[in-house]
Design a protein around this ligand. Structure first.
Ligand code: 5CA
Length: 430
């Protein structure tokens, strides 16, 4: 993308309404704009990050055999009356009436809808288990939307739902999902710690939240320092991994149990703040029984499926990553989800040799590069590239360009390299 022609409305001033770094930086870097309280438009760079996160989430869901589908944002009130949650959900649910006076709502979650879909398309025990997910916008009329996309009213979630014939099957998919979440967060380039948690509105008796540690996090968290090293990629023994997670203690403030806390050696006890980027639930037959979903078992008996639901806050992750990875100058994107791998900074726009070299780099890097081709002073280009947080900056000045040399800067470390065009391209693409 050419910066001179792009819709990336960066701001020099710090927006007054933003209280925390990620919100400030997302506004300043031109990633989002607020359209109403807790409702944001995702501008091109913001959308690129959202799409890259979604794609990693999708690949890791597919890898555990989850099937992608897409359910609508608008749901009927009757569906929620079947589970009894229509009245129970309260003011967080945005209720809508259509022209025929039918009651609808903007979905805050999809347990009812997926239960109805699977109920109406399965008959026999042979049709189970099922595991399906979608990546779709949700709406929760939060009392206090704040911190930008961290607590929005409209937000993007990956939610998956499992249906099993027995408890063992349900717990197996719960564990498998937990491990896949660890891989997902690791591929994105951040550390998220699984914590024991309460089940809240979703219900059930087994739940874990996944938290990115950040001083601005809304939840108080307690954990064993042994967690900080968590590495899930390459782990193949799901049960051993799960046992490790549940023996090493970590919990959010609601579930903080001092009795267990006391078992952690004092020098390993950690208290901090976390941003909840995911939560998983096992809730058994809560929805299948309430909504009359049973399959016929091998002996002709009725089996109400054991269910679980599993969420990742895709849009919240964008803000959470920035909370965990920024400095005074701006965002420091992990390579995997950066809007662009590299920015090309032309320090002498209009100089034939410099322009030609920049065009060559831009042609080689294609859609993964943001070419700063504006008639701007060098200082402004450096500041904006740091603000936007591209993992690499390729700095092209007239003197180097005359010798086919460029300067390559790594945003995360500040390291700089004097390289030929070929060497720079190899490093950026490698
Ligand atoms: N149906 C279940 C699991 S699929 C569910 O709704 N779980 S949840 O309520 O925990 O939401 C899943 C994730 O969505 C949360 O972990 C959080 O990361 C994200 N989320 C929840 N509320 C908001 C919000 N107001 N703004 C941004 N993200 C949110």
């Amino acid at each position: 993308m050419r910066l001179s022609k792009s819709l990336i409305p960066t701001l020099k001033e710090t927006p007054a309404e933003a209280q925390i770094a990620s919100h400030r930086l997302m506004l300043r870097a031109g990633m989002i704009r607020q359209m109403a309280s807790g409702i944001y438009a995702w501008l091109p760079t913001g959308l690129r990050v959202l799409s890259k996160i979604s794609q990693i989430v999708r690949e890791e869901q597919d890898a555990i055999g989850a099937q992608e589908l897409l359910m609508p944002t608008i749901q009927s009130a009757d569906l929620w009356r079947e589970s009894g949650r229509y009245d129970a959900y309260g003011k967080e649910m945005l209720r809508i009436t259509d022209r025929h006076d039918r009651e609808l709502l903007y979905g805050p979650t999809n347990e009812e809808m997926i239960t109805a879909i699977v109920r109406d398309s399965t008959k026999s025990y042979r049709d189970l288990p099922q595991l399906a997910y979608h990546i779709q916008w949700k709406f929760r009329d939060e009392v206090r939307p704040r911190f930008g996309v961290l607590r929005g009213r409209e937000f993007l979630m990956k939610d998956s739902y499992s249906f099993d014939l027995d408890y063992e099957g349900a717990v197996a998919v719960y564990k498998k999902t937990m491990l896949s979440y660890m891989r997902t967060f690791q591929r994105i380039g951040i550390t998220a710690i699984p914590m024991r948690a309460d089940t809240g509105q979703i219900g059930g008796d087994l739940s874990h939240e996944f938290h990115i540690l950040a001083p601005t996090g809304e939840s108080g968290v307690f954990y064993d320092a042994a967690f900080e090293a968590g590495d899930a990629i390459g782990v193949t023994d799901v049960d051993a991994f799960y046992d490790q997670v549940t023996t090493i203690y970590a919990a959010t403030d609601e579930k903080h149990d001092t009795a267990v806390w006391d078992e952690i050696p004092e020098d390993r006890r950690r208290e901090g703040r976390g941003i909840e980027v995911g939560q998983i639930f096992y809730f058994g037959k809560k929805y299948s029984e309430a909504m009359g979903f049973a399959v016929t078992g091998p002996d002709g008996q009725k089996i109400y499926p054991e269910m679980g639901s599993y969420g990742i806050g895709v849009s919240r992750l964008v803000g959470a990553i920035i909370e965990a990875r920024h400095d005074e100058a701006g965002i420091i994107w992990p390579d995997a989800v950066a809007p662009f791998r590299a920015a090309i900074l032309n320090l002498r726009q209009g100089d034939a040799v410099t322009d030609a070299l920049c065009e060559r780099l831009y042609a080689a890097l294609g859609a993964d590069a943001l070419y700063d081709d504006r008639e701007e002073r060098a200082g402004a280009k450096f500041a904006e590239a740091d603000l936007m947080g591209h993992p690499w900056q390729i700095i092209v000045g007239p003197r180097g360009a005359a010798n086919g040399q460029v300067e390559l800067k790594r945003r995360a470390t500040g390291e700089r390299f004097e390289l030929s065009v070929e060497e720079a391209l190899a490093k950026v693409q490698g």
